[in-house]
Structure formats: C-alpha cells, structure tokens
Design a protein around this ligand. Structure first.
Ligand code: PLP
Length: 300
C-alpha cells in the first residue's frame, strides 16, 4: 500500500451523493461523530475488479446505523450503486473500500436529534498478496487487556467506530511488544476475537471450534469460511471457549475482510502449527473471493 497520507491522494470520493475530489472530502470539527463516536463504517475488498459481498456489507452498514439510532438517507441499492461507481471511477482492480456514515454538526451535545446523517465512500488500491507459504508461517498474537463489552453495555452488533477505541489500544500494546495483533476476551472472560478479525481453532480430531458471535461482529468472512468448511465436510462447532482451552487446539486462524484467512502461530503462551485444514481454507477462501471454482481436496 502507498505511504501517502489518506487525506492527500488523487482520485474521487463519493460524499453525500456527489463524486468530489479526494482532497476536498472534509468534515467540520464540530461534527457530532468526532465528539461522541456517532459513526459506523464498513471495510470491503475488491478482487480483480469485483466487489466481494457488496450487498451484505451495504446491509450491515445500514443496520449498524439503525442500531446507533440513525437512518442513512440512502437505500442498500443506492449504496451498492454508489460503491460500484467509486470503484469504477477510481479504476480499482484489487483494493479496499471504506464506506462511513456519521452524524453531522447541527447540534453539539449528547443529544443529536436534528443532526444530518452523512455518508461517504472511498476506495484505494490494496492488493492481497496471496503467498500461501508466507501465510502458513502464522502470525503472533498477544493477549489483550481490554475485553469485548457486555452487549448491555455497548451496541456490540454495530460496526460502530466507538467500539474500535479498545481495539486500537489493544493493537498498539501488542505491536509495542513485537506482536502482530491481540486476542480479546469477552466481558465474561471467554475467547472473543482479534482486534479486527474473528478467530477459529482446530483440535486434534479435526473439529473446528469458534466462539459464538454473541457480543462481537459475526463477520461476513466468518460466515463465508463456515460455509466453506462445511462444504469440505469439516465439523464446525460454535460455542463458548475459555482461554485455558486454547492449549487443546492444534491450529488457529483469523478471518476478516482485511485479514482474509490468516493462520496464527502463537497466542500468548499457547502455540499452534498451521496445518492442512488451515491451508485448505486459506486456499478455498482465496478462490472464492476471486470467483474461481474450488479444487478437490488436496490431502490424500
Ligand atoms: C472487530 C472485528 N471483528 C470481526 C471482523 C470481521 O468482519 P468481516 O469478516 O465482516 O470483515 C472485523 C472486520 O470488519 C472487525 O473489525
């Protein structure tokens, strides 16, 4: 990815219904979203010019806003069309799309009943360097201090910017210690997810276990990978997983739009060896996002 700052690039951004120059897409400092966290967003990938699961992402964006109590003034179909336009006008082939919706500036206080709801969509080239061998080394995760909140404490089903405050804190703390990311527990001390991706484990019997998505995002990639695993005949078990159980698992991987399927080698004191099932799912996901048919199982 380019090192250019994200406010200083060529291209166009869809902003409240208009395609405007990239550098002109601005918000006022007295926007409610900046002060009170009233914004929701999406992260979407483009593979070979095709947007993966576009409508699912647009639907989740609208739903995330609804959970935060505001209505995006565009339909899912209009958001889909606007997103496609951004990709086309910016000639994105392999890239990332960031739609964001937020409360504007009319009222400045906790109450924001009259505030205009804004929507912007930006996209940039971000190739997915698919090198199975590099991926199979697995990434290293620290254990995060912060926990995913109780759904009675925060709107945990919304992809709301405010919920990422503890993700950035946790990721920074992990990076400071030389890790790639951090695993967060939930409010009850069960395994939850990484700072921007869901987590899966494989035990010695070849069963895939993943935490129930009851207080964090049930990722679009998570659901795709569950379907791919089932199509391979793998058993998927969604359940509550305690952190000490991580010692019983042989393999671990993360799933997310940005992470795709990323094997994990280490979470704190626990180690994993990415194996054939992880490799199969990495490859199946890669073929799926590129619209290619899946290959027969390679393992003998
Ligand atoms: C906190 C968090 N969990 C899970 C996910 C995975 O979601 P998806 O697969 O829909 O990208 C993401 C990424 O959006 C995330 O930020």
């Amino acid at each position: 990815m380019s090192n250019l700052s994200f406010d200083d690039r060529d291209g166009t951004i869809w902003h409240d219904g208009e395609m405007i120059q990239w550098r002109d897409s601005k918000v006022h400092v007295l926007s409610h979203a900046l002060h009170y966290g009233s914004s929701v967003f999406e992260g979407i990938r483009v593979y070979g010019g095709n947007i993966f699961k576009l409508t699912e992402h647009s639907e989740r964006l609208v739903e995330s806003a609804k959970i935060l109590g505001f209505k995006i003034p565009y339909t899912v179909e209009e958001i889909d069309a606007a997103t496609q336009k951004v990709v086309d006008e910016n000639n994105i082939v392999d890239g990332y799309i960031r739609p964001v919706a937020w409360r504007g500036s009319e009222m400045m206080g906790v109450s924001a009943q009259q505030n205009t709801i804004h929507l912007a969509i930006a996209a940039w080239e971000w190739p997915s360097y698919f090198d199975p061998e590099a991926r199979m080394k697995g990434i290293r995760l620290d254990r995060a201090e912060y926990r995913r909140p109780d759904p009675r404490t925060a709107p945990s089903k919304s992809k709301a910017a405010g919920l990422y405050m503890i993700c950035t804190l946790s990721k920074h703390a992990a990076e400071a210690k030389g890790y790639h990311d951090a695993l967060m527990l939930d409010w009850e001390g069960r395994v939850a997810e990484a700072t921007g991706a869901n987590v899966f484990f494989i035990n010695k019997d070849g069963e895939i276990h993943t935490p129930l998505a009851d207080c964090f995002l049930d990722g679009i990639t998570r659901r795709t990978v569950i379907d791919l695993a089932k199509a391979r005949g793998y058993q998927i078990i969604e359940r509550r997983i305690m952190p000490e159980e991580m010692g019983d698992f042989e393999e671990c991987f993360l799933t997310g739009t940005a992470a795709e399927v990323t094997p994990v080698a280490e979470i704190g004191e626990f180690t994993f060896t990415p194996g054939e099932m992880s490799r199969q799912l990495v490859e199946d996901y890669d073929r799926t996002v590129r619209g290619q048919a899946l290959e027969a199982t390679s393992a003998a």
